[in-house]
Design a protein. Structure first.
Lengths: 276, 396
């Protein structure tokens, strides 16, 4: 008699709040992929699970902490970074990760983002960039490319987007990388690396949002966007020697490279509260 | 004083510094703030003092970050505080609601200045008192205290931490520029005489089925889990159930918000503080708070010397409002007078609980209301009846 191959337990079960499934994300969304990478990195980190804390603001990505079986804080829109700073400074043994979206971190929370990088506070930021505000139904965001269509830019976006790695490099982050949701091993590796790297680290992950960004911009679905990532992702080792910082700007609608890789990995003094 | 947590002794001390020392004495070990007149001396003092006692001082990029960092630090178990004035207080409001919803204790000191907007940065006001209560969106309750002296800047800051921790709520110290910048005698008691109310802590071990927002006590306060203790709990500003999980149902929402409000109302007697002067046989009851109460006390003393049966109820807790005390006074009083440095805020609360006419002595802020206009109002009421001179007077 043939037996179906059924795993009783997945290695990541303990890190996911299974009683909260199903999740709220749309078909084709890439957030779950990154969440899985985060869980895998925690598993491999060797840091006891109770010391990992995850913080978010508001938005689709900000729902990740609710699904992670960790101490998790789902804070005010735009404010996960100051929340994380409070946690980390009050209890330095915590490994505090901020997991949020580009709108939460770079628009409403943009001020906190650059100042935390400037201070070099020891927190780990994973920023999922899907080029729009997904949860509210596909509005223009700080990363929406010039000319792209969203529900609040029906004639095309009249504004320039942020080039997040460039911004974070300038602001002082000690580690800055970018991948797409196609690069699951690299994402996991970099999260793991960031746990071991003291200071403010920033990982940008480009992710499909087929409902919010894909549809109005003629990207058929999540798989189609993954094909774009596969076709156009180009690894860069040294910025600005190989490509200028400006080239890191992303526009999925244009046939040009999407540069991915580790752009910054440097040492700067890590913020410590003054002791007397 | 290096290394000393509690500066026991008699001091001639600045009100803002007394507030900072109250925080240190209460065990505050985290301060995040942003400079703003007239509260800046609190941050300056704590920048000097917190490193001496192993605490954390951080100046944030704005007041939004300040309050949120305070909430984060408190979530990790620290007693945490911020201090600001009107414009910063406004910026903090959204996350006051977060603290109320997550039930994370925090202390916010608002050294009030002339307002609205930039107003009078260096001069006093008392016009943030309604904002203290409901400045964030939605239904919630907090506690707020109004010190009238540097001594109370110390005492009420200690109390604020205790009330915040005991009931898991945001607590405001609603100072004003006068008491913030006043230098006066401050007595700091020995460390073992500083009152300390602790946070309730979990009674069950971490594990499946642990419910971080399960309420088992009459006081409606759930024990608090801190980050890093192995409970792996979820805190969210979304409507949530006893597990802390988001639940978008009207039923859960009603149950949660009702409990958050009822938690404060049911325990109000433990939070309410007031002071009385010459009230026993008073027929004219003056109600005031903060620096304005100093003038009100003088006016009542002068009225007594003239043979007028006036008395003073000084509100120390603005919120919860001592409604029962005011109701009780309404059984003996012919009239009420409310003196406050705004154009009529706490007076509305008094009017809710009394049927007598309530006369206001108001000023928009910028200078203390002197005793004279308050005495004038007492005399008008005494000699011409409770409705003399219309309901509202201006001290300006």
């Amino acid at each position: 008699m043939a037996h179906a191959l059924v795993a009783e337990k997945h290695p990541l079960d303990d890190l996911i709040r299974r009683d909260r499934m199903p999740h709220i994300w749309c078909p084709g969304c890439g957030i779950g992929i990154v969440m899985r990478c985060y869980a895998q990195a925690i598993l491999e980190s060797g840091i006891p699970v109770e010391r990992h804390v995850v913080v978010s603001g508001i938005g689709c990505t900000a729902r990740v902490p609710g699904y992670m079986n960790l101490d998790s804080y789902h804070a005010t829109h735009g404010r996960p970074i100051p929340f994380a700073i409070g946690l980390k400074l009050a209890k330095p043994e915590l490994m505090v990760t901020v997991f949020s979206g580009d709108g939460d971190l770079a628009a409403i929370g943009g001020n906190h983002l650059i100042h935390a990088a400037r201070r070099n506070v020891d927190i780990k930021v994973i920023c999922i960039n899907n080029f729009n505000y997904g949860m509210t139904g596909g509005q223009v965001g700080p990363t929406t490319p010039l000319g792209a269509k969203t529900t609040t830019t029906p004639y095309g976006n009249p504004e320039h987007p942020f080039n997040l790695p460039y911004l974070l490099a300038a602001a002082g982050a000690v580690f800055v990388s970018r991948w797409t949701t196609l690069h699951v091993r690299q994402i996991k590796q970099d999260i793991l690396y960031s746990f071991r790297k003291p200071g403010f680290t920033f990982i940008e992950v480009l992710s499909p949002c087929p409902v919010g960004f894909g549809r109005p911009n003629d990207i058929e679905d999540g798989v189609e966007e993954m094909r774009i990532y596969r076709r156009r992702s180009q690894l860069v080792y040294r910025v600005p020697d190989e490509v200028p910082w400006e080239a890191l700007e992303v526009d999925l609608r244009e046939e040009r490279p999407i540069y991915v890789g580790r752009f910054v990995d440097r040492e700067r003094e890590v913020f410590q509260p003054v002791r007397r | 004083m290096k290394g000393r947590g509690v500066l026991t002794g008699v001091h001639f001390m600045h009100g803002d510094h007394a507030c900072a020392e109250g925080a240190i004495a209460a065990g505050c070990r985290f301060f995040a703030g942003y400079p703003i007149t007239p509260s800046t001396e609190i941050a300056e003092r704590l920048a000097q003092r917190l490193p001496e006692v192993g605490g954390v001082f951080i100046q944030m990029e704005d007041e939004i970050a300040s309050i949120v960092a305070v909430i984060g630090a408190s979530a990790a178990g620290a007693r945490a505080m911020t201090a600001t004035s009107g414009p910063g207080f406004s910026l903090m409001m959204e996350s006051v609601g977060l603290a109320a919803m997550m039930e994370i204790p925090c202390v916010i000191v608002d050294v009030q200045r002339g307002s609205p907007s930039t107003g009078l940065p260096t001069l006093p006001g008392q016009a943030d008192v309604m904002q203290a209560r409901w400045g964030s969106h939605g239904d919630y309750e907090i506690a707020a205290y109004a010190p009238w002296s540097p001594q109370e800047m110390f005492d009420l800051t200690v109390l604020a931490f205790n009330v915040a921790d005991r009931f898991r709520i945001p607590v405001m110290v609603m100072a004003d520029e006068v008491v913030g910048h006043m230098v006066e005698r401050v007595v700091i008691p020995p460390e073992d005489q500083i009152p300390r109310w602790e946070r309730k802590r979990p009674r069950y071990p971490a594990g499946d089925g642990f419910k971080p927002f399960l309420v088992e006590d009459e006081d409606l306060v759930p024990p608090m889990v801190h980050a890093g203790e192995g409970y792996r709990v979820h805190f969210t500003g979304l409507t949530h159930d006893e597990r802390g999980y988001p639940d978008m149902s009207a039923e859960t929402h009603h149950r949660l918000v009702t409990r958050l409000v009822e938690k404060v109302r049911r325990n109000a007697s433990q939070m309410i503080r007031y002071d009385t002067y010459a009230l026993d046989d008073a027929k004219i009851v003056v109600i005031s708070y903060g620096c304005t109460a100093r003038s009100a006390r003088r006016a009542v003393a002068d009225a007594r010397r003239m043979g007028i049966p006036a008395g003073l109820l000084r509100l120390i807790s603005l919120w919860p409002f001592p409604a029962d005390v005011v109701r009780e006074l309404a059984r003996q009083a012919d009239a009420f007078i409310v003196a406050e440095m705004n154009l009529g805020q706490m007076i509305c609360e008094v009017e809710r609980y009394v049927s007598q006419p309530v006369k206001g002595v108001f000023h928009a802020g910028g200078a203390m209301i002197p005793p004279d206009p308050i005495l004038q109002a007492i005399r008008e009421v005494a000699f011409h009846g409770p409705r003399a001179g219309g309901g509202k007077a201006s001290a300006g």
